[in-house]
Ligand binder design. Structure first.
Ligand SMILES: Cc1ncc(COP(=O)(O)O)c(C=O)c1O
Length: 360
């Protein structure tokens, strides 16, 4: 039997949970998953209607991969498309991590890396930001850990989720250059949610693989789509362990249509970010202390995150309880439209005492 695998908690709510609350999915405003609230480009829906579903998809995702390579100034064989970036984490672990290997994670972080490491029976060490220093990424501490322990895999998320804070890409490159036998997985799932593209070149480094997602800012969560960029050798190793046809035809066509509509991406991410700034201000005004973030999602300290999530879900408002990130007194809120945000602010204003009161 497999050892129980940690940290399989995510944003969103399962149907069974909503049924326990007597809610239908369309009655819930989801602030818990960091997804573009304005959805994908209209071209995505038009495109997927034309996709033939009665034949196998292109195993190599040729058209999408060519477009991703062109946009990222990477060679085509330096790009691999996956069934969400989650699949790519599993491929990294299957290809590179063995029982007893060390895996260092700059935390708090999406559970995918730790979970994949546990699956391979590796020893994961999380070096996590804390409220004591404003949730700033503990980069120096992490770099010392990697320098000293030389783990097999080092996972860094930039911008970080749940904190929304960033680190300098040049710091990652410098550490990867110093530790050539450590493979660095740079999780950039939310890079398109920033106000400017902070990514630099570095795909040619043999020990750096960047993982990106089209499920977040591009709004394709239900279709599952992500990609890895790395040296052709690093990418070939991942491709060798990828199941055939893991990226379906609808996702491939949708990804291409989404990438080609950069106007939609820029406009909707801009509206999303503006709404987040207003939401942070409104929450401050009613007595909460949201933590500054570079992304359109952010942390809010509360007395008890699980209780707060439960209380708000009773009103059809879903926030992320950060207990699984090691932060039981913090929730994460991903902004939605200004109208939806106003409903959340009103509910939090009414329940403020309950949300901030420490349990007896
Ligand atoms: C930081 C981070 N990385 C990766 C993922 C996985 O994204 P996906 O598999 O949808 O591409 C998530 C999902 O929540 C995430 O928060």
């Amino acid at each position: 039997m497999l050892t129980p695998i940690l940290n399989d908690v995510h944003g969103g709510a399962d149907l069974a949970e909503l049924q326990r609350y007597g809610l239908r999915p369309d009655e819930v405003l989801d602030f818990s998953a960091n997804l573009n609230p304005f959805g994908p480009s209209p071209a995505v829906r038009e495109t997927i209607l034309r996709v033939g579903v009665d034949r196998y998809p292109d195993r190599d995702c040729t058209l999408l991969r060519n477009e991703l390579a062109r946009r990222n100034r990477a060679p085509v064989d330096g790009v691999l498309v996956g069934n969400g970036s989650t699949e790519l984490f599993w491929l990294l672990a299957i290809a590179h991590v063995r029982a007893g290997d060390g895996v260092a994670i700059l935390g708090p972080a999406f559970g995918g890396c730790e979970r994949a490491a546990c699956m391979m029976k590796a020893e994961a060490t999380v070096c996590a930001a804390s409220s004591a220093n404003g949730f700033r990424p503990p980069w120096q501490q992490f770099a010392r850990l990697v320098d000293a322990q030389r783990p097999r895999l080092a996972c860094v998320t930039n911008p970080n989720s749940p904190t929304g804070q960033t680190i300098a890409f040049s710091d990652v490159i410098a550490l990867a250059a110093r530790c050539p036998n450590v493979l660095f997985a740079l999780d950039e799932a939310y890079i398109d949610c920033l106000s400017a593209d902070t990514s630099g070149d570095g795909a040619e480094m043999p020990n750096l693989v960047r993982l990106r997602s089209l499920t977040k800012a591009h709004g394709l969560a239900g279709l599952r789509l992500g990609y890895a960029i790395g040296s052709p050798d690093a990418i070939a190793t991942l491709r060798d362990v990828q199941p055939p046809w893991s990226v379906n035809a609808l996702a491939q066509a949708a990804g291409l249509a989404a990438l080609l509509d950069q106007v939609h991406l820029r406009q909707t991410v801009g509206r999303w970010r503006d709404a987040a700034v207003q939401l942070i201000g409104d929450l401050r005004t009613i007595g909460f202390a949201p933590v500054a973030s570079s992304a359109p999602f952010f942390l809010v300290p509360v007395a008890d995150a699980a209780r707060t999530r439960h209380a708000l879900l009773g009103h059809g408002l879903l926030v992320r309880d950060c207990t699984s990130f090691g932060l039981p007194q913090v929730i994460r809120i991903s902004s939605r439209s200004t109208e939806d945000n106003a409903r959340l602010v009103e509910a939090m204003r009414t329940m403020r005492a309950e949300i901030l009161r420490c349990p007896d």
